[in-house]
Every structure is written in C-alpha cells, then in structure tokens.
Design a protein around this ligand. Structure first.
Ligand code: NDP
Length: 252
C-alpha cells in the first residue's frame, strides 16, 4: 500500500474515533487540572507536561512542510502560519503564562496527549504540505476566507479568556476563583468555545477530512470538559452566576 492509501484510511478512522471518544469523556472526565485525583501517583509538573504534550503539533507539521516533495504554495504557507501561531503559543508560551504550573499532571495524560498531537500533526501537516491541492486561487475562495476569519476570532476568544483565567491567581497560587469579564459573562468555558471555533475555521479553510477530524476531536475533548467544569463551579461556589451556561451562550 502507498502512504497515500494508508493516510486515507487513517484519517477516516481518526474522525470516527473522535465520535467514539466523546460519549466516553462525558462519562469520565480527563484527570488533569481541577479534575486531577488527590491520590494521583505518577505525575510531573504541569508546565513540563504541557510542553511535552503540545510540542509535537508544532514540530511534526514543520517537518511535513520541510519534507514536501515540491515547493509549497502561498495557501499552504498561510495555513502553516495559522497552525504554528496556535501551537508555538500553546507549546512554548502558554505553559510559562500559567499560574501554579508546578501542579501535578498525571503522566498518563501527558503520554496520551503526546500520541494525539503526533498523529493529528501528521494527518494535518501531511495534508496541507503534500496531499492537499491548494492553488493560489483558494486564497479567495469563500470557504478559505470565512475559515481563516473564524480561526482568527476563535484564537482571539481563546487567548483573551485564558488571560482572564491567569489573572485570577498570584504567582504560585493554585486556588480557584469565579472568573468574570469577557465571555465569562455568558459561559463557564469561553476558552474552550474559542478553541472549538478556531478548529472549525481550520476545517473550513482546509476543506479536508483531517481538518474535520480535528474539529470533531476538539468538540469531543472540550464539550464534556466544559460540562464537568460548569458542574464543578456550581458545586464549589454558592454565589456562582445562575444564568451562566457551560460552553455556548444561552444554549449549553
Ligand atoms: P482550563 O480552563 O481548565 O485552565 C486554564 C488555566 O487556567 C489553567 O492554568 C488553570 O489552572 C487555570 N484556571 C482555570 N480556571 C480557573 C479558576 N476558576 N481560577 C483560577 N485559575 C483557573 O483549561 P485546560 O487546562 O483544560 O486547557 C488549557 C488550554 O488548552 C485551553 O485554551 C483549551 O482550549 C486548550 N485545550 C485544547 C484541547 C483540544 O482538544 N484542542 C484539549 C484541551 C485543552 P489548573 O490547571 O490549576 O486548573
């Protein structure tokens, strides 16, 4: 079998797996951050965990671009820029902006996320660099233009919301407070909402199964986690705003 044939099967399985994982994550919340069990034994500092588990996304896609068999066009370069904007930030900036980054993260979370970002990086990177066909005219196609706009809006929401969360803590503080401001007025997890909008934009701009699979995975990971955070806030703070929803203003 050629690499392309294996790729086509793998990317469809990857999308299908997201649909299988989502109901599981509604039943069992991924054990990191506030959901880390008090008796977790095999752990590492969360700052190191975030670098190790997110860096493959930035590195694998960069390798795919370097390994492209022909010069890549303007559109793949623009897509590469968006991807690296998100993942260089997530891998090497975000972990140092976190407060309380010495909190323990289970090694199982780090290794499973490392596998995820490696596979997902390969599927998306190989597509934009080699298997996808993006003539320069794609840059003015409405799917690309709207997709990039959604990506930018989602990125801005995600960054702003994460920044509001960081401000809730002092330098080595690991406690939790009720977040406020920005889209926290409406939902408990606007950072997750921004992330979902971003990768839906990516799916549209790349118009690819790999992009669609990643958007599905993002919903599969973050919709159950938003519900778990929301329930945790309500159970923890008696004064938690009653009209705030979990993830989508006025809806969910
Ligand atoms: P959280 O919202 O749980 O936490 C973000 C940061 O803010 C953490 O450092 C957390 O500390 C801190 N924090 C959160 N709530 C409070 C509060 N009420 N008071 C004080 N500090 C708080 O996000 P995640 O850690 O789950 O995710 C981090 C980023 O990664 C997000 O931007 C998310 O969108 C993205 N992500 C993307 C995924 C994808 O599939 N594409 C999957 C998972 C995450 P602590 O860690 O101590 O709880």
């Amino acid at each position: 079998m050629s690499e392309r044939e294996v790729y086509d099967i793998a990317v469809r399985c990857w999308a299908g797996l997201a649909a299988v994982v989502m109901p599981i994550l509604f039943l069992k919340t991924a054990p990191y951050g506030r959901h880390t069990p008090a008796n977790a034994r095999w752990t590492l500092p969360s700052r190191i965990g975030w670098i190790v588990m997110e860096a493959p996304s930035a590195i694998v896609v960069a390798i795919c671009m370097l390994a492209a068999p022909r010069p890549v066009g303007v559109v793949p370069l623009m897509l590469f820029f968006l991807w690296e904007l998100h993942y260089l930030n997530r891998s090497f900036v975000y972990p140092f902006r976190m407060r309380g980054g010495g909190r323990p993260m289970p090694i199982s979370i780090c290794t499973s996320a490392f596998s995820f970002t490696t596979i997902n990086g390969y599927l998306n990177g190989r597509w934009i660099a080699t298997f996808g066909v993006y003539p320069d005219a794609w840059a003015t196609d409405p799917r690309f233009v709207i997709g990039v706009a959604l990506f930018a809006i989602g990125f801005a929401i995600n960054q702003h919301s994460d920044a509001l969360l960081f401000r809730l803590r002092g330098r080595d503080d690991t406690g939790y407070k009720i977040p406020s401001g920005g889209l926290f007025r409406y939902v408990s997890c606007p950072n997750y909402l921004g992330e979902i909008i971003e990768w839906c934009g990516w799916a549209l701009a790349t118009w690819s199964v790999a992009g669609l699979a990643f958007a599905l995975w993002t919903v599969a990971n973050l919709a159950p986690r938003a519900r778990a955070h929301h329930r945790w806030y309500r159970a923890t703070f008696a004064t938690y705003p009653a009209n705030r929803r979990a993830l989508v203003p006025g809806v969910y």
